[in-house]
Design a protein around this ligand. Sequence first.
Ligand code: SAH
Length: 216
Amino acid sequence: MLNDTYRHKGLRKQLALLLKEKGIESAEVIKAIETVPRHLFLNSSFVERAYQDIAFPIGAGQTISRPHTVAFQTELLKLKKGEKVLEIGTGSGYQTSILIEMGAKVYTVERQKELYDKTKLFLPTIGYNAKFFYGDGYKGLPVFAPFDKIIITAGAPIIPEALLSQLRVGGRLIIPIGDKVQVMTLIEKIADKKFEKTEYGEFKFVPLLEDKEWGG
Ligand code: SAH
């Protein structure tokens, strides 16, 4: 793979170990972290630090989440190979690539045109193919529903109603809810219109912007 050296691979192994120490248990998630070349998702000035457990700016005022946050959210999804996943907040495409690496079919939505354009072009060049959509994540993708799993990678004030209805019965939705800090929240769809909620720790995300700000 382009510009992926033994040194980068070594750094990824160390990052994977660190995430294990921080409590990530899924072997599949750890394997994906060891495989996806995170340094290629960052502006070159950050490359040296790509494998530290920190967030970075990716343009358009957005950030690529910390590896621990990506791993934590992904682990909660309990992904199985071949599952259909809706991701809200494509951003750099790093989380998208982790999902694809784990065998998911990913539909990903981004509201910043600049990031949508950039990531849609970039991901296939490193071998990750997703279906990219430029649009408002609050609305989801009704045409492609239902989804086995839904992951929201921006902090939301509420759980968007449309997303709950696009989750299949038996499916899982992971969303960070809150304003300044967010509580990682798992929603399981038990039956049609019947949901179970479990809350995990606090995390920090950029905001999931409301429909009224669409186009900004
Ligand atoms: N998963 C990304 C994280 C990006 S940060 C990664 O791995 O890099 C969250 C992203 O959500 C930002 O790119 C932001 O533009 C996007 N976003 C915010 N509100 C949105 C909305 N209503 N619909 C779709 N995307 C949104």
